[in-house]
Design a protein around this ligand. Structure first.
Ligand code: FES
Length: 125
């Protein structure tokens, strides 16, 4: 199970070397996410319309290793944007990846940028 998690490492915007073009902004649901594949990774990308922000994180939930976070519920915990796993409602900060309602490992988060109507997610390679 841990082998699945090993390929997901948070990336700071300053460390991005590849901006992967996902799709157009209007392909995304409002206040919802899509799952994309980049190399061997599944990444959940979110259009958090209520906050006018975009986020990306690993799609795999570290609780039961289910590839489900893109289908989770977006929310806010004292100003921290969060995603709640649709399976058992573990919640994670979309900024730091921290598990906000338990002691699971943090999830990896990735920078997102919008340019000319397209969504890009940042990776190191
Ligand atoms: S699989 Fe995500 S909370 Fe259980």
């Amino acid at each position: 199970m841990e082998a699945i998690l090993e390929k997901y490492k948070s990336i700071a915007e300053g460390d991005v070397s590849v901006w992967f073009k996902v799709t157009t902004v209007d392909e995304f649901p409002e206040d919802g996410g899509l799952c994309i594949k980049y190399k061997d990774k599944q990444i959940a990308v979110f259009n958090f319309t209520r906050k006018n922000k975009w986020y990306a994180c690993q799609n795999v939930c570290p609780h039961k290793m289910e590839m489900v976070l893109s289908r989770g519920m977006l929310g806010d915990s004292e100003g921290i944007p969060k995603i709640a796993c649709p399976m058992h409602k573990k919640t994670f900060s979309l900024e730091t990846g921290e598990n906000l309602n338990g002691d699971l490992d943090a999830i990896a988060t990735y920078p997102v940028k919008i340019k000319d109507g397209f969504v890009f997610v940042g990776f190191e390679e």
